[in-house]
Design a protein around this ligand. Structure first.
Ligand code: ZN
Length: 207
């Protein structure tokens, strides 16, 4: 069990040709890593180089479904296909299969828990899918709530410039307060927590 304050910074809904590079520039500037939960159908010839850059910066690639549907309304076969197609494509590109899953809209069902064999991940958020929430409010929400063991859920979503701007405050603000950013898998490992708990979705690895 590590006593250092650790968090995992995570991004959903990419890769995006405009926003993802701006996020990666900031990770590189501050020498921090993040975990990216990708939508399978957003992986194209033009976004593949972004995934390669994520890997080269020490980030890891996780599963956020193929088409971003409400999976809690789907039958098992369709759920399995959403996950498998995405994991297969990611494996083909980076040589490692995703080890965590974030449900689109954080919508879950018994069927999903039964047929998705990956730990489910939520996180603390700052409503950053809502374009009316300012960069300042996003940064304030994260900085005033974040604690040891948290997973931080943000979006490198198309057009999401306010989150890029918020990161300019969030990352240095947390580094000043002695938080260390680690990959999602590393967060569980360093805290000595097994993520494979049935019917659970994680926001903080210590809870
Ligand atoms: Zn999403």
């Amino acid at each position: 069990m590590m006593n250092k304050k650790l968090v995992a910074l995570t991004f959903d809904d990419g890769p995006d040709i405009d926003i993802t590079p701006k996020v990666l520039d900031l990770l590189e500037k501050y020498h921090v890593v993040a975990s990216f939960f990708l939508i399978g159908e957003r992986i194209t010839e033009s976004t593949k180089p972004l995934i390669q850059r994520q890997i080269s910066l020490g980030c890891d690639i996780q599963n956020h479904s193929w088409t971003h549907p409400f999976m809690d309304k789907m039958p098992k076969e369709a759920i399995i296909k959403e996950i498998q197609d995405t994991s297969d494509l990611i494996y083909n590109i980076v040589g490692v299969a995703p080890t965590f899953f974030r449900p689109p809209f954080i919508a879950v069902s018994d069927e999903m828990y039964e047929c998705i064999d990956l730990p489910f991940i939520n996180g603390i958020n700052c409503l950053d899918w809502d374009p009316t929430v300012s960069a300042e409010d996003r940064a304030d929400m994260i900085l005033s709530n974040v604690k040891d063991g948290d997973i931080i859920l943000l979006h490198d979503l198309v057009g999401n410039v306010n989150t890029v701007k918020a990161l300019e405050t969030i990352i240095p603000g947390m580094l000043e307060r002695d938080f260390e950013f680690v990959n999602i898998g590393k967060l569980f490992e360093l805290k000595g927590i097994n993520p494979n708990v049935k019917n659970k979705i994680w926001t903080n690895v210590l809870e």
